[in-house]
Design a protein around this ligand. Structure first.
Ligand SMILES: Cc1cc2nc3c(=O)[nH]c(=O)nc-3n(C[C@H](O)[C@H](O)[C@H](O)COP(=O)(O)O)c2cc1C
Length: 346
């Protein structure tokens, strides 16, 4: 068969497209492989006692189960005995290696609240399972933990004056005034970020803040998404989640969920102080991730969620603006499928 020039060109284009697609798929596979290796190595999947952080995460999950149980509308005086047994074993392992610290005292506070509640609900102290173990932890000193009683009036008071304007006036800012952001302002934004919810209360995020020009420039050179404004960003936060806070297949993406929530709260923490910010993506290849780590020291367990450039607002400045999706396009008044409807789940 002789090929005329036109079919030859088409065959060439098709071959090129195929090679490009195969290459893209192979690159995705390589990135997943690297992610998989990191997750298995750094998370608590293989060994919950692999590191201080994996142990802290396992302990946090267990004590939070007790806190959560106490916050329910239930009058079961004694509950969670298996969980308490696991927690006591984990605490033994932790104290042996790291001594009694804030986390142990937090657990002690939870045990104290648990026992007080159980007695308040009529349980005989001596009949509460694992009492001695809990008392031994309490004897090391208790920290603030357990339950906090909230009134609706306090919440309404606090949110009075917060309206759509607070949210609608936040926009990604790519022009900043020159004044440096103060250490107190940064601390306040981090404190607000630290109020974010996290799965089973596992709050293992970090904010690496750079305020020196050459540091910011070095990191942004790897980030690559600030052409035209990176040199004007007065402060840069690199927000991470610790993979050591998670375990098993089910939690493999949890760091990005918790980290994303944390990042949003950080941005609102800046916004609430009248500071501007722009989130900067870290959707990168493993090779770029290694390049960043060569520039900025990060723990092996830390995975970068995103960055945030931030600074003072200019008196007047433009922001990119296009209409947000309509509520009708987002809001789905949902119902479940009829029970007898056959469903093919792929
Ligand atoms: C995770 C994340 C990463 C982002 N990365 C970049 C970036 O690299 N460069 C940039 O100019 N803007 C970045 N943005 C800002 C978005 O472009 C911006 O949020 C979006 O256009 C909506 O505009 P708004 O923030 O003003 O509401 C990022 C936003 C998010 C949430």
């Amino acid at each position: 068969m002789t090929l005329t020039p036109a079919p030859l060109a088409t065959a060439y284009r098709t071959a090129r497209r195929t090679v490009k697609r195969v290459r893209a798929a192979v690159t995705v596979g390589g990135a997943f492989r690297d992610d998989y290796r990191r997750y298995v190595r750094e998370s608590g999947t293989i060994d919950p006692a692999a590191s201080r952080t994996t142990l802290r995460a396992a302990i946090t999950e267990r004590y939070h189960g007790l806190e959560k149980g106490m916050s329910l509308r239930s009058d079961r005086a004694v509950f969670g005995t298996d969980r308490i047994a696991e927690l006591l074993a984990l605490l033994d392992a932790y104290r042996e290696r790291f001594g009694t610290d804030d986390l142990v005292r937090t657990c002690a506070g939870v045990f104290e609240a648990y026992l007080a509640r159980a007695v308040g609900l009529g349980a005989a102290l001596d009949e509460i399972p694992l009492l001695d173990g809990m008392r031994a932890v309490i004897a090391g000193g208790t920290g603030q933990a357990g339950l906090r009683h909230v009134t609706k009036a306090d919440v309404l008071d606090a949110v009075d004056g917060v309206d759509l304007g607070f949210f609608a006036t936040r926009a990604s800012v790519r022009q900043f005034a020159g004044a440096p952001v103060t250490a107190d302002q940064i601390r306040a934004a981090v404190e607000i970020a630290a109020t974010s919810p996290a799965v089973c209360n596992r709050r293992f995020n970090r904010v690496h803040v750079l305020t020196e020009r050459h540091d910011i420039d070095a990191v942004l050179a790897v980030q690559g998404g600030t052409r035209g404004f990176g040199d004007q960003i007065p402060a840069l936060a690199v927000i991470t989640s610790s993979l050591a806070a998670y375990w098993n297949a089910t939690q493999r993406n949890q760091g990005w969920v918790d980290g994303g929530l944390f990042a949003m709260s950080f941005v609102y923490g800046l916004h609430s102080q009248g500071l501007g910010s722009v989130l900067l993506n870290w959707s990168k290849t493993p090779a770029d991730d290694r390049r960043l780590r060569a520039v900025l020291p990060l723990g092996d367990d830390e995975t970068v969620i995103c960055m945030a450039g931030f600074g003072h607002l200019r008196d007047r400045f433009p922001v990119a603006y296009s209409a947000r999706p309509a509520v009708e396009d987002i809001l789905v008044p949902a119902t479940t499928r009829p029970r007898d409807e056959p469903v093919e789940v792929t």
